[in-house]
Design a protein around this ligand. Structure first.
Ligand code: G6P
Length: 442
């Protein structure tokens, strides 16, 4: 008899874990998980214990035979895993706060996954994910790696290019969020809505929208153009789009596109927030404190609604649906980050893209969209160039390559400012960037 499914979650002490556990519990009939291993590092031990106990209470309340294991030993956990999910943050929220604050000193957007912040999150994260890939190769070579760790697009790109792991899927909640919000605006059930997603992670466009198979893109654009109907997420201020810009674009931008198409307004908003309530990481730190206080309550055995203050709404739906479709060969359509394989004509075949895929037991099969609209093609290609150069810098620790990545990012105005930001951030994140500071032996 086939054993149950073994899932390993790296960064298991995350405040998002109850969301994931809830998703697994809801789908137990289709996804018979026998073991869930939550893995963290010593600095995350306390959070792991708190969130792990809550996970155990949730499973017990649901009356399901899922064993929940908590460990700091990643290699012990990975042995014979079927799915490995990654949701870790190198340097924790303090590092994110630096990514957000330092660029602001130079009048540049400071953001978790975009601009200089996105570059540095990639530089810190990619070496770690590549180490995890080596462990997977050795200890559970048949497992699927499902990555949420940001910057998810750059991380997927790095895994495809610099590891031997082929069974990798990058996941994001942005497309699900757009779909849910679109259904709400149109006042129809989400199951009736389909969106043709294509682009890159946090740079994805809805190229067409259908209700019951009939295109309603024009209606959605008009709804989005109405300031009453903002489409954003908790972590991105919903500054209104110019209605005529949306009409000209004739596609649905994702909330992160505001950093590129409304750069000055977003910068102004970030500066205001940094001086008033704090950057997003600083706000999230406070939210996390409150969440962990709640999680400690021995009587709590569900995901508390307060978790909705975080930007990751629907993330467990994205994760659990993906795992379910791979495990059960459901062949439904889901937007994920995967190898392009020609699906977007303007992007190299071997690069990661975020696109609608048919999800099979062999993994995602991207659905071809041909060329992207000419108006967005250039930006998407530029971000892809940025991701590739950034991934190379993360792997080599080469200063000039990192400066090149910083300079070609569209949010950075000049090579000289790029160098100033780079030097400042390298110093600030030194302890998490050994590849840039350890002398290469002759
Ligand atoms: C969105 C993004 C995620 C990101 C999250 C941040 O959901 O898609 O990639 O991690 O926001 O939310 P937070 O609450 O940490 O600011």
């Amino acid at each position: 008899m086939k054993k149950g499914i073994k899932i390993v979650t790296i960064g298991g002490g995350s405040s998002y874990t109850p969301e994931l556990v809830e998703g697994f519990i809801k789908r137990y009939d289709e996804l018979p998980i026998s073991e869930l291993w939550l893995v963290d590092i010593p600095a995350g031990q306390e959070k792991l214990n708190i969130v792990g106990s809550l996970a155990k209470r949730m499973v017990e309340k649901a009356g399901l035979p899922i064993e929940v294991h908590l460990t700091l030993d990643r290699r012990e956990a990975l042995k014979d895993a079927d799915f490995v999910t990654t949701q870790f943050r190198v340097g924790l929220l303090d590092a994110r706060a630096k990514d957000e604050r330092i660029p602001l000193k130079y009048n540049v957007i400071g953001q978790e996954t975009n601009g200089p912040g996105g570059l540095f999150k990639g530089l810190r994260t990619i070496p770690v994910i590549l180490e995890i890939c080596k462990d997977i190769e050795e200890l559970c070579p048949d497992a699927w790696l499902v990555n949420f760790t940001n910057p998810a697009g750059m991380v997927t790109e790095a895994v495809l290019r610099y590891s031997n792991i082929k069974k990798v899927v990058g996941l994001c909640n942005v497309p699900v969020g757009i779909k849910m919000r679109t259904a709400e605006m149109l006042e129809v059930a989400p199951e009736r809505v389909n969106i043709d997603f294509a682009g890159l992670n946090h740079m994805v466009f809805g190229l067409n929208v259908y209700v019951d198979g009939v295109s309603v893109l024009g209606d959605v654009i008009e709804k989005m153009a109405d300031p009453e109907n903002s489409m954003s997420m908790k972590n991105i201020k919903a500054i209104d789009w110019e209605p005529d810009f949306l009409r000209g674009l004739n596609a649905i931008p994702c909330p992160y596109h505001r950093y590129y198409y409304k750069t000055s307004e977003m910068l102004e908003e970030e500066m205001r927030a940094a001086n008033e309530e704090g950057t997003r990481a600083e706000v999230v730190k406070q939210v996390e404190k409150e969440l962990f206080e709640l999680y400690k309550d021995q009587n709590l055995a569900i995901k508390p609604p307060q978790l909705e203050q975080r930007g990751g709404a629907y993330y467990s739906d994205a994760a659990c649906n993906l795992i379910n479709s791979i495990y059960n060969d459901r062949r439904d359509i889901q937007p994920v980050n995967t190898r392009n394989n020609g699906a977007i004509a303007n992007i190299a075949d071997d690069s990661a893209v975020e696109i609608n895929c048919i999800i099979t037991k062999e993994g995602p099969k991207p659905i071809s969209v041909g060329e992207l609209p000419v108006a967005v093609q250039g930006l998407v290609q530029q971000i892809k160039s940025f991701e590739r150069v950034a991934a190379e810098a993360a792997v080599t620790g080469d200063y000039n390559t990192a400066l090149l990545a910083m300079t070609i990012n569209p949010l950075v105005p000049s090579d000289t400012i790029a160098k100033q930001i780079l030097d400042d951030m390298l110093e600030a994140h030194k302890e998490y960037l050994p590849q840039f500071f350890t002398a290469v032996e002759a």
